[in-house]
Design a protein around this ligand. Structure first.
Ligand code: AMP
Ligand code: ZN
Length: 138
């Protein structure tokens, strides 16, 4: 039996408030929601990081995120959604099974944009960084 809690939810071994079950993806409510309607979208196949997703799983994950974001927003009467992935333990990822957070948002909810989580500590120029990334892409 796997110890991964999200695999166990995917397999139906652990209860969750499931909102969508699809061949490649399962979506359920976060048990400690940041806002009403906070949904997690997870691939059925266990991988820790986005980089490890098979292309088919990656496609399905983003397609499901796209498909669910409108209904999640509308079901809660929200104005938008913040969509994000903590990708790696250093980023705050606590469950090492890839998951997309969809969090309903309202103009007056007191939360910030993705930009507000970063203190903007940059040291390198854009051309330098761009060249470094292009070199690794090959
Ligand atoms: P992250 O920090 O991106 O790894 O987020 C993991 C999320 O999973 C947190 O927001 C938790 O509240 C949520 N979570 C942990 N266990 C469960 C569970 N059994 N059912 C639903 N959500 C969970
Ligand atoms: Zn897992």
């Amino acid at each position: 039996m796997t110890s991964c809690i999200f695999c166990r939810i995917v397999n139906g071994e652990v209860p969750a408030e499931v909102v969508a079950r699809e061949p490649e993806v399962v979506a359920f409510l976060d048990v400690q929601p940041l806002a009403d309607g906070h949904v997690l979208v997870v691939p059925r196949a266990h991988v820790a990081a986005v980089e490890e997703l098979e292309p088919v799983a990656a496609d399905a994950l983003f397609r499901a995120t796209r498909r669910l974001s409108g209904p999640v927003r509308d079901a809660l009467g929200a104005a938008g959604t913040t969509i994000g992935i903590n990708n790696g333990a250093a980023t705050g990822q606590t469950i090492p099974h890839v998951h997309v957070h969809i969090v309903p948002r309202w103009a007056d909810d007191g939360a910030g944009s993705i930009h507000t989580i970063f203190p903007r500590k940059t040291r390198r120029s854009l051309p330098d960084v761009g060249a470094a990334i292009r070199r690794v892409i090959g």
